[in-house]
Design a protein around this ligand. Structure first.
Ligand SMILES: [Zn+2]
Length: 375
């Protein structure tokens, strides 16, 4: 292997580690913020319970003051009643007294109502206080944990960055520039050539290019995805091995009645090679289309009535190859506008397996690409 390629392989490992660490570090403040938000909720709950207890206390005082006022009035009326001259006046004062006594009873009832509440309020405040205490302790622990992880990550990041710098200095400038430019857009800048294919974009290499990469005399770049090629003899598939692989370890067959189906189409109008995924959901089905090599999504998710075989017959041509793969719709929504590389790799590998089977199929009989639905 060329020394530059050897170093690039190491550099690619370092870059991957660095990216992983950076993502982890970036996610930590979010985790802490989430924890603190929860704490704020508990604090607000405690505040509310305390305020309710306070307003009960204020109400009780108000009712007690009312009673005192009314009792003052009543005794004043009683004094007045001693000096009245007519029956009419006496009756009027007695009415006032009766009314004031009624008001006293009303205020007493209200005080009772408040007192009944006091127990429940106290319990609520105590529970909220206990919850806050437990949560605060838990949060301190989690924050400490997050701080520790961040510190460890920073340390590892510094180590990987130092390693990366050393590696970069040992690689020819042109090759390094190519690697970093492609890595920026595709996530990886270096790609293995295996079984005469670019493992990044699955394009077939011309025999001459393949031989040049195998011989490792010069640095070669994929014409389709621009990644720099490397060849690992340990992974070389020899013809006799291939047959063993095909017959020994069969590709899993997608079920025809599965709620989700992935297809590869080499000829999807202007888009060319695409991956299609159909998902049945209730009485409806959805369709998503992605560019085959980059995994970038074309257009929006399309929803139609009926299961996908009824809803999207025009997409299911003879050229469509059924692939293995299943992801929840929620997860696919989270992908955004691109299939993540690990999922894309799985789909590419499955397609590769189909093609291998087809090739082997000239020598051995192969079952159809899809099992009939079991009834
Ligand atoms: Zn490629």
């Amino acid at each position: 292997m060329l020394p530059d390629i050897d170093k690039l392989l190491e550099l690619q490992v370092a870059d991957k580690e660095i990216r992983k660490l950076q993502e982890e570090i970036a996610a930590l403040p979010k985790r802490v913020a989430g924890i603190e938000q929860k704490l704020a909720g508990t604090k607000a709950h405690l505040e509310k319970a305390r305020n309710a207890a306070k307003s009960d206390e204020a109400n009780r005082k108000k009712f007690e003051a009312n009673i005192k006022d009314l009792q003052g009035k009543i005794s004043k009326y009683r004094d007045q009643s001693l000096d009245v001259k007519t029956n009419e006046q006496y009756k009027a004062i007695m009415n006032e007294i009766q009314y004031a006594e009624q008001e006293v009873r009303l205020n007493e009832d209200r005080i009772l109502e408040v007192m009944v509440n006091v127990d429940a309020r106290e319990k609520e405040v105590k529970a909220a206080e206990a919850e806050l205490k437990a949560e605060t302790a838990e949060i301190e622990k989690e924050k400490e944990e997050a701080r520790k992880i961040a510190a460890e990550d920073q340390k590892k990041l510094a180590e990987w960055n130092a390693k990366r710098d050393v590696l970069r200095h040992g690689i020819s400038e042109d090759i390094l520039r190519q690697y970093e430019r492609v890595a920026k857009f595709r996530g990886t800048g270096l790609v293995e050539v295996r079984d005469q294919k670019c493992m990044g974009c699955q394009v077939m290499l011309r025999p001459q290019t393949y031989n040049e990469v195998r011989n490792g005399q010069k640095v070669m770049v994929c014409e389709s995805c621009s990644r720099i090629y490397y060849f690992d003899p340990a992974h070389e598939v020899k013809p006799e091995q291939e047959v063993v692989t095909v017959t020994g370890r069969k590709r899993a067959r997608p079920k025809a009645d599965a709620p989700q189906a992935w297809f590869y189409r080499p000829d999807y109008g202007e888009e060319g090679e695409v991956l299609l995924v159909f998902t049945n959901n209730g009485g409806n089905s959805s369709r998503r289309i992605y560019e085959m090599h980059t995994g970038r999504q074309f257009g929006d998710v399309l929803l139609r009535e009926g299961n996908y075989r009824q809803a999207f017959p025009e997409d299911l041509t003879d050229a469509a190859l059924r692939l293995n793969g299943h992801w929840d719709e929620k997860e696919m929504d989270e992908w955004g506008t691109e299939i993540p590389s690990n999922a894309l790799d799985l789909l590419h590998k499955d397609l590769l397996a189909i093609r291998r089977e087809h090739k082997a199929g000239h020598k051995h009989s192969t079952p159809p690409a899809e099992q009939p639905a079991t009834r």
